[in-house]
Write a protein that binds this ligand. Structure first.
Ligand SMILES: NC(=O)c1ccc[n+]([C@@H]2O[C@H](COP(=O)([O-])OP(=O)(O)OC[C@H]3O[C@@H](n4cnc5c(N)ncnc54)[C@H](OP(=O)(O)O)[C@@H]3O)[C@@H](O)[C@H]2O)c1
Length: 250
């Protein structure tokens, strides 16, 4: 970890803030990006107390051109060793609505898929030119399920899963590793909005420590908490018709 530059999007809350703390140590430069200045500053202060240099930027990454320009500028100033695309937007369709509002669907798709895909592509090129680097995309266990209550969220994460796999295959020969994090239920402001049962709910700092350890080991897929590794593997081998049948009753 020493003398590493680590970028984390969505560092102002939940898993992103916890990942920042998990990577904070002397010699680490943390680029902490989010929208909420006050919460971002709080994360930065915690990381500085742990010995890291922490630099913040607050902006909306739905302006993808601006996001990619910021990435290029940050990478030119301090070459990024590890980029964690973690920012995400949850969302379920209200029971009384027929379908997701188009603006909501667009926002979820942009934050969860368009921005990380554009950002990861931009950094992958720069990392490949250096012959080293690590890209981490934070998806969700929901990538495996056609969730009728969250169609865009599930689809954005399913897309991210395939993107991570494809980009990883492409970048291998250039010395760049790509990992996908698939969280189950982690205790954060996002999951606290979920009213349904949250099996195996895990503390964010505990999850972040596991994720950081597995990133350092170069794991391709990181599922937290571990119980969802079994759920995910089982879902992958189930006939899709059965998954659809179960989901249609959710
Ligand atoms: N918690 C879970 O149980 C769970 C499960 C599966 C997957 N995940 C995934 O884990 C990741 C982190 O989620 P979390 O639970 O930590 O959620 P969270 O506490 O709501 O944090 C989301 C982060 O994303 C940032 N963000 C959202 N929209 C943004 C935008 N337009 N521009 C810039 N930043 C934006 C937020 O910034 P501001 O707060 O500053 O606006 C915040 O830092 C997400 O990708 C989520 O889908 C979480």
């Amino acid at each position: 970890m020493a003398s590493k530059t680590v970028l984390i999007t969505g560092a102002s809350s939940g898993i992103g803030a916890a990942l920042a703390r998990a990577h904070a140590q002397a010699g680490a430069t943390l680029l902490l990006w989010g929208r909420d200045d006050q919460r971002l500053d709080q994360t930065a202060a915690q990381c500085r107390a742990l010995g890291a240099v922490a630099l913040t930027q607050s902006f909306d990454l739905r302006d993808v051109q601006d996001f990619v320009a910021r990435l290029a500028a940050a990478d030119a100033a301090t070459p990024i060793d590890l980029a964690i695309f973690n920012a995400g937007l949850g969302g379920t369709v209200a029971k009384e609505d027929f379908a997701e509002a188009p603006q909501t669907a667009q926002a979820i798709a942009e934050v969860n898929f368009v921005a990380p895909v554009a950002g990861a592509s931009a950094l992958a090129g720069a990392m490949a030119a250096r012959g080293r680097g690590q890209i981490v995309l934070v998806g969700s266990i929901s990538e495996s399920y056609p969730l009728p209550m969250a169609p865009t969220y599930a689809a954005s994460k399913a897309g991210l899963r395939l993107f991570a796999e494809a980009l990883g295959l492409r970048m291998k020969r250039f010395g760049v590793t790509v990992s996908l994090v698939s969280p189950g239920f982690i205790d954060t402001p996002m999951s606290r909005k979920v009213t349904e049962p949250k099996p195996f709910l895990m503390d964010a700092d505990k999850a972040a420590r596991v994720i950081a350890r597995k990133i350092a080991a170069g794991a391709r897929v990181i599922v937290v908490p571990w119980q969802f590794t079994v759920v995910r593997a089982f879902t992958d081998i189930l006939p899709r018709a059965l998954v659809r049948w179960v989901m249609s009753r959710a």
